[in-house]
Design a protein around this ligand. Structure first.
Ligand code: C2E
Ligand code: MG
Ligand code: MG
Ligand code: MG
Length: 280
């Protein structure tokens, strides 16, 4: 009987696997086609500094203008792009496009604002990652102080020694370093001490339920205290409501990003939403 079950489940498994492989191949080839047809674009979400009441930076977020399905968000295609390696040319395009945009705004007379770019683990692990960053900065003329690289805890914990070397190389070049989705990965505090990060981004998961949820409130407070003691800047992600803003402001969290301040928007819409670095 065991043999029979084994046989059956093998059969089932292999059909399932074949179907999944087929689906993946489908997504993979359509992603490659999309890249070649320039269907990807970036949107920019403002990061607000409550001390100056001005925009301190933007985060570049990737979108896919699918010919029939409409705009597709990154959570639906980044994992496949990482698996297939397409993230390497795609990620390089993101970095270049975001830096070019930041430079275009500088040239148009906008105040100094950072441009934050998300970097995937596979991109970060490449031995030529520093060359890519250096090349893009040189080509675009953007000041390295205005570029911020966002990495998750998982990305930097994958290979600690290499990560320290790469982060240090970036820091020597004056590029800003931020930990994205802080608190949702390994959350090993040891790297905060040894890694040259400038900024922590409090994960949306914790911000979502403040001030109502006592656990999330405690976590956010602890991250803020720790950030201050370690002299790291802290920005809260996913701020949607006035109550969240008030809670964070009272606890000296001055930088925020979220729908309350502005949804991610196309480059063309940004100037109309800015008055001398403020928002309207
Ligand atoms: P992330 O880096 O943590 O980006 C923040 C996400 O939260 C974005 O989702 C943003 O649109 C969303 N968001 C911002 N404010 C609010 C808010 O107030 N409420 C809610 N509910 N959501 C808010 P998005 O654009 O779908 O991106 C999802 C993730 O995909 C990003 O999370 C990032 O990890 C990844 N990603 C985006 N662009 C890139 C990219 O160019 N390269 C790589 N490697 N990953 C990217
Ligand atoms: Mg991010
Ligand atoms: Mg995040
Ligand atoms: Mg995320």
């Amino acid at each position: 009987a065991a043999k029979e079950v084994g046989g059956n489940s093998y059969q089932f498994f292999s059909t399932e696997m074949a179907a999944r492989a087929q689906a993946k191949l489908g997504i993979e080839s359509s992603l490659r086609r999309a890249f070649n047809h320039q269907e990807f674009f970036l949107v920019y979400q403002p990061q607000f500094d409550l001390r100056t009441r001005k925009i301190s930076g933007f985060e570049a977020l990737l979108r896919w203008a699918h010919p029939t399905e409409g705009t597709i968000g990154p959570s639906r295609f980044i994992p496949v792009a990482e698996e297939t390696g397409l993230i390497i040319p795609l990620g390089a395009w993101v970095l270049q496009t975001a830096c070019r945009q930041a430079m275009a705004w500088r040239k148009a007379g906008f105040p100094r604002m950072r441009m934050a770019v998300n970097i995937s683990a596979r991109q970060f692990a490449r031995p030529d990652f520093i060359d890519l960053v250096e090349g893009v900065l040189k080509e675009t003329g953007l000041e390295p102080e205005l570029l911020e690289i966002e990495l998750t805890e998982t990305t930097v914990m994958e290979s600690i020694e290499e990560a320290i070397t790469t982060l240090t190389d970036l820091k020597i070049r004056k590029v800003n370093l931020a930990i994205d989705d802080f608190g949702t990965g390994y959350s090993s505090l040891i790297y905060l001490k040894h890694f040259p990060f400038d900024r922590i981004k409090i994960a949306q998961e914790f911000v979502r339920n403040i001030p109502g949820d006592p656990e999330d409130r405690a976590i956010v407070e602890a991250i803020l205290v720790m950030g201050r003691s370690l002299k790291l800047a802290v920005i809260a992600e996913g701020v949607e409501k006035k109550e969240q803003l008030d809670f964070l402001t009272k606890r000296h969290c001055h930088e925020m990003q979220g729908y309350y301040f502005g949804r991610p928007a196309c480059a063309g819409e940004i100037p109309g939403r800015i008055i001398s670095g403020g928002l309207h």
